[in-house]
Structures are given as structure tokens and as C-alpha cells.
Design a binder for this molecule. Structure first.
Ligand code: HEC
Length: 124
């Protein structure tokens, strides 16, 4: 009995390990070029806890003018538009046609890919 449990536990571990590796091969690979998935800032602000975080407020990061004045929270809808086309999204969110983002559009516009990426961001 003990042995069976051990095997069950081991395979559950292997499966979750695999899932995590698979996820890392997805769209978040793109983000890593500029973002840490921790508190630490890089080219872009650290993304730890980004889901539900107030936009443009991460400690020690020098945001562009538009994002520095942001008044929204990163929920699903905001993230979807942002990872598809940040240049367009920033104009929408601020209501300012001249608003700019220092982050280039990432073109993650496919719903399934967005789902996967947002699920990953929620774990940070
Ligand atoms: C080429 C570099 C680059 C890449 C690649 C990139 N980002 Fe960014 N990101 C930035 C920069 C720079 C900012 C700050 C923008 C500003 O201040 O206008 C930013 C800001 C953000 C913000 C807002 C953070 C906050 O604190 O409000 C989120 C969310 C975000 N990025 C998510 C992502 C995700 C998810 C990916 C991967 C699909 C990604 N980024 C890929 C450079 C990048």
C-alpha cells in the first residue's frame, strides 16, 4: 500500500513538473527578455504579483509618462489587451491618443495563448 502511494505521489510530481516546463516554453518566454518573474526590475518592472497589482506602481521602476499615471489594476481584460498590443492598450486605458508605452507590442493576441500566459502570471 505504501509503495502504491509513493508511486502515485511521484507521478503526480512528474506531471506537474512537466506542465510547468511546458508553460515556460509558451509566451512567457518572450517576457523574460525584459522582465523578471520576481520583484526585481530589469528592462521592464518585476512581474511578481502582477495579477491584481496597481499598474505603473512597482517600486524602483522608472515608468514611461503614461504608465506612471495609470489608474487601473492588472486584471484579465487589461492584461489581454496589453500583451497583444501595449501601444494600442495604453491609449485605450488612459483615454489619451498620444499616450505611449515603453513596452513594444508582444502580439500575444490568440485567446488560448493569452489564457495560458495569464494563468502563468497569476502564479507569480
Ligand atoms: C522588449 C522588452 C519587453 C518585453 C519583451 C516585454 N515587456 Fe512588459 N514591459 C516592458 C517595459 C519597458 C515596461 C514599462 C512600460 C512603460 O513604463 O511604459 C513593461 C511593462 C509591463 C507591464 C506593466 C507593469 C506595471 O507595473 O504596471 C506588464 C503587465 C507587462 N509589461 C507584461 C509583459 C508580459 C506578460 C510580457 C510577455 C508577453 C512582456 N511584458 C514583454 C518591456 C517589455
Amino acid at each position: 500500500m505504501k509503495k502504491v502511494l509513493m508511486i502515485a505521489a511521484t507521478s503526480a510530481f512528474l506531471v506537474s513538473g512537466l506542465a510547468a516546463t511546458e508553460a515556460m516554453a509558451g509566451a512567457e518566454k518572450k517576457c523574460k527578455a525584459c522582465h523578471n518573474f520576481s520583484d526585481k526590475n530589469k528592462v521592464g518592472p518585476g512581474l511578481k504579483g502582477i495579477f491584481g497589482r496597481a499598474a505603473g506602481k512597482h517600486d524602483g521602476f522608472r515608468y514611461g509618462k503614461s504608465l506612471a499615471k495609470a489608474d487601473w489594476t492588472w486584471d484579465e481584460d487589461h492584461l489581454r489587451a496589453w500583451i497583444c498590443n501595449s501601444k494600442k492598450a495604453i491609449k485605450e486605458y488612459t483615454g489619451n491618443k498620444k499616450a505611449k508605452s515603453k513596452m513594444p507590442p508582444q502580439k500575444v493576441c490568440d485567446k488560448a495563448k493569452q489564457d495560458e500566459l495569464i494563468a502563468f502570471l497569476k502564479t507569480l
